[in-house]
Design a protein around this ligand. Structure first.
Ligand SMILES: Cc1cc2nc3c(=O)[nH]c(=O)nc-3n(C[C@H](O)[C@H](O)[C@H](O)COP(=O)(O)OP(=O)(O)OC[C@H]3O[C@@H](n4cnc5c(N)ncnc54)[C@H](O)[C@@H]3O)c2cc1C
Length: 242
């Protein structure tokens, strides 16, 4: 695993999704180390002085594939003071600092069946994995189960469409708590994420690997359901954000 590196990045663009969620596209101003889908970076607001300490930072999953590391992407939701400052202060053209890679939420290079379960912005490590799968022509059967509070938080419709077109084994299921439509051609199930349908299928169940990412309460609840359904603990991987 490469040693983490500290790099200045130019903020190429800032995408505002909602009044609390934004994406930053960041261009590394020094060579970006290799990373794996599922890993995260530290984002700092203040300038790093190489002779001094690393400034206060927070961690965010890298939302792009390592095959496209000329440009780094993070998507975040405002939670406390730091992410509020990120939302309000960071502008296109700024130079900020990141350090990466960190984390051991890894995906297999190839697996017969992969089930990705994301709540809200918890989808970010899966975006990296899916983009990587597109770039490397993955043959895995990949199911994405994605739950959001309301349609404004359903962020990556066009990318999921690209996955449907480019990945033979890809399918997705979208849950919207309030049941409102999430976009043209997107089938929505009202309510919170349910794994019932996934677990009903006899085929594949034994060999599937389950990846859970999102709020702690969601992860703990879904992990319990998977274990009760007889899924082996080793087949369940979690990316806890708290
Ligand atoms: C592996 C991982 C990946 C993540 N990926 C994403 C992502 O892609 N998108 C996303 O929206 N969120 C992600 N998160 C969550 C994100 O890191 C938190 O939402 C963010 O830290 C909230 O920061 P805040 O200061 O605004 O909130 P706060 O609630 O104020 O702080 C959050 C936590 O930061 C720590 N903290 C507080 N003060 C300091 C300080 N001075 N120095 C250092 N740490 C401090 C504390 O542990 C605190 O509980 C991820 C978290 C993890 C662990």
């Amino acid at each position: 695993m490469p040693t983490p590196a500290k790099l200045p990045v130019k903020v190429e663009s800032v995408i505002r999704h909602t009044d609390s969620v934004k994406t930053f596209i960041l261009q590394p101003l020094k060579p970006c180390p290799r990373f794996k889908p599922g890993q995260f970076l530290h984002f700092a607001l203040e300038t790093y002085d190489p002779g001094g300490f690393w400034p206060e930072s927070r961690v965010f999953s890298i939302a792009n594939s390592p095959t496209r590391r000329g440009s780094l992407r993070i998507t975040f939701a405002v939670k406390g003071k730091f992410t509020r400052r990120m939302y309000e202060e960071v502008k296109a053209g700024d130079t900020r600092w990141v350090k990466l890679p960190y984390g051991s939420f890894f995906f297999p290079d190839e697996a017969p069946e992969v089930v990705l379960v994301a709540g809200g912005t918890g989808i970010t490590p899966f975006l990296s994995y899916l983009e990587h799968a597109l770039d490397t022509g993955s043959k895995s059967r990949i199911s994405l189960i994605y739950g959001v509070r309301s349609p404004e938080y359903f962020l990556f419709g066009p990318f999921l469409e690209e996955c449907r077109r480019g990945l033979a084994g890809f399918r997705s299921r979208v849950f919207v708590e309030d049941g409102r439509p999430a976009g043209e051609g997107i089938e929505v199930t009202k309510g919170i994420i349910s794994l019932d349908e996934m677990l009903k299928r006899p085929a594949g169940k034994a060999e599937a690997l389950y990846f859970l990412s999102g709020p702690l309460a969601m992860i703990r609840g879904l992990r319990k359901i998977l274990l009760e359904a007889g899924i082996a603990a080793e087949a369940i991987r979690v990316d806890e954000w708290e």
